[in-house]
Design a protein around this ligand. Structure first.
Ligand SMILES: Cc1cc2nc3c(=O)[nH]c(=O)nc-3n(C[C@H](O)[C@H](O)[C@H](O)COP(=O)(O)OP(=O)(O)OC[C@H]3O[C@@H](n4cnc5c(N)ncnc54)[C@H](O)[C@@H]3O)c2cc1C
Length: 546
């Protein structure tokens, strides 16, 4: 079996590539996805995200190593493991980041990645239900919508943000991402619009597109320095698939570097230490790991309005399930993070450095703590948008089934905890605003005892968690300027032929927002580059299936 393109990973990026590359009918594309098809109904029901967090089969359930600045805690890192990848298990918040984030990518030596360059790809991907504008597109596969049945507490949060001095922002992806307002979400008709639903499903019947699920890629196959195929495990057997043009890794920020390392591409010393034969020394693979660290304040609610598990919501659940099934409305359409604020922690910040997610329910441990979800309450997340701490991902063994060593190294840069501290204080101000007065019960987390700056810092170290945006482990950059660059501005792996990485791992720096929309944009842009380069950089070859 051989195809023109083999795409590894059917996630946010992989589904976009499968669609765009197979638009050309004379091109054959194979998409390998380690997880099963996305048939489970709770994938598509927005509130099903609570269940996705606990799934043993549709979630990779990674853990970091003990984090040195977080009391040695091993942090839970969920990632989607089905068609759509993490876009099938994420919170659907649609936020692209700050325009200057992309200008910064370009200034690092990545021509073609300024905001002006990438905006057309954001627009191309989008079906913005509010219509077109200079910042938004319609007719694209990714449906972007307003929440159909927002909780009334979300309006209260917005009023509280205004009281705290933030400006109202109806469109965080318009002129400026700063202010407070409702999130737009990647949903269609009240159901999740993953990239599997938006991009893949409509084109599954194309004869030139082959999708293989439950196919875990174990390494890239090479002839010399040229990628010629992929080895993968499927139905208990090791198989091979050939790539006559290119192999494209879209396995995400954790697993694209893993695959490169398993294939002998990475830091020479590290690979030798784990018993992997070195194919190409590329020291940046798995380095430059960045993530948004997040702390949650939780408040009891004195009125029966939240989405906490109570007799009221259980009884209402039956009615709302029918509403959901019939009209895609009601509480099951909540994405769990309905209100957004983007703000500066101090006037000296040149760009907003904080993002807040407001949830109309009590959250702890990624909503895995169902007991804590019981009772009326609401939560406010705050994260530092541009952390300076850097982590890494390493193999622990040459065995593709062995666990990875993930170190986020959260808060190892001293500035990071100070942004979080200021963010925490602003979060408390918002929750303390008079708009919340009719609803405000006691502060459950962290509670009254946490007051001084040191107490807040300790609380952050003890309780902060990921808000699920790991990036940067195959970073894009100019190899002449940056020894840790893994791919060039056309996303080709430095020093190798026929191999690209296209997913969140190529971001050189975190954007000041959520990472799904930027990943979709990256894949849209990559598809154009791959099409333009077709036949120019590689020679046809063939690997036949084993
Ligand atoms: C719980 C959660 C909530 C989030 N909330 C939001 C949000 O609200 N808004 C937002 O913008 N972003 C959010 N994100 C982040 C966003 O979803 C991700 O940044 C984005 O999906 C990353 O896309 P990707 O293509 O890089 O990786 P993924 O979408 O994770 O895709 C990688 C795919 O590769 C597959 N794969 C991995 N290894 C192999 C292998 N060896 N062989 C074959 N297949 C393989 C995986 O199963 C997966 O399907 C969230 C993420 C999570 C996990």
């Amino acid at each position: 079996m051989a195809f023109d393109y083999v795409v590894v990973g059917g996630g946010s990026a992989g589904c976009v590539l499968a669609n765009r590359l197979s638009e050309e009918r004379d091109v054959t594309v194979c998409l390998l996805e380690a997880g099963p098809p996305d048939r489970h109904p709770l994938i598509h029901m927005p509130m099903g995200i609570i269940w996705m967090m606990r799934s043993k089969t549709l979630n990779w359930n990674f853990y970091t190593e003990g984090e040195p600045e977080m009391g040695g805690r091993r942090m839970f890192w969920p990632r989607g493991r089905t068609l759509g990848g993490s876009s099938s298990s994420n919170a659907m918040c649609y936020l692209r980041g700050h325009p200057a984030d992309y200008d910064e990518w370009a200034a690092l030596g990545n021509p073609g990645w300024s905001f002006a360059d990438v905006l057309p790809y954001f627009k191309r991907s989008e079906n913005q239900e509010r219509g077109t504008s200079p910042y938004h597109g319609t007719g694209g596969p990714l449906n972007v919508a307003d929440l159909r049945s927002p909780n009334r507490l979300t309006d209260v949060f917005i009023d509280a943000g205004l009281e705290a001095g933030l400006a109202f922002n109806k469109d965080f992806n318009g002129e400026s991402p700063e202010g407070v307002g409702p999130f737009q979400v990647t949903q269609k008709g009240g159901r999740r619009c993953s990239t599997a639903r938006g991009y893949l499903k409509p084109v599954r019947s194309r004869p030139n597109l082959t999708v293989i699920t439950d196919a875990y890629a174990t390494r890239v196959l090479f002839e010399g320095k040229r990628a010629v195929g992929v080895e993968y495990r499927h139905q208990g057997a090791l198989r091979k698939v050939g790539a006559e043009q290119e192999v494209i890794l879209s396995a995400g920020a954790i697993q694209s570097p893993r695959l490169l390392m398993l294939s002998g591409v990475g830091d020479r010393q590290q690979l030798e230490d784990t018993g992997v034969e070195v194919r190409h020394h590329l020291p940046g693979v798995g380095q430059n790991l960045q993530d948004h660290l997040d702390i949650i304040l939780v408040q009891a609610c004195t009125r029966p309005v939240s989405y906490g598990i109570t007799w009221r919501t259980v009884l209402r659940g039956g009615v709302d399930l029918v509403r959901y099934a019939h009209s895609g409305r009601g509480m099951f359409t909540t994405n769990g993070a309905e209100g957004c604020a983007v703000a500066r922690s101090s006037p000296g910040e040149t760009r907003p450095d904080l993002q807040f997610h407001f949830s109309p329910g009590k959250l702890r441990d990624h909503a895995r703590d169902l007991l804590f979800l019981c009772g009326e309450g609401y939560s406010l997340h705050v994260c530092n948008l541009r952390p300076k701490s850097r982590g890494d991902i390493r193999l622990t063994s040459a065995d593709p089934a062995a666990p990875l060593a993930i170190r986020a190294n959260y808060l190892t840069h001293p500035d990071d905890v100070e942004h979080m501290l200021r963010g925490f204080k602003l979060a408390r101000r918002i929750l303390g605003a008079s708009a919340f007065a009719p609803y405000r019960g006691v502060e459950i987390v962290p509670g009254d005892k946490v007051q001084s700056d040191d107490e807040i810092r300790d609380f952050i170290r003890a309780k902060a968690e990921t808000i699920y945006h790991p990036i940067g482990t195959c970073k894009m950059g100019d190899a002449a300027r940056d020894p840790l660059a893994v791919v060039d501005a056309r996303l080709r792996v430095h020093g190798l032929d026929g191999l690209r990485v296209v997913d969140a791992s190529i971001m050189p720096l975190l954007v000041g927002g959520n990472t799904n929309a930027p990943t979709v944009m990256i894949a849209e842009k990559a598809a154009d580059m791959i099409k333009a380069d077709r036949g120019t950089t590689v020679q046809p070859r063939a690997i036949r299936a084993a």
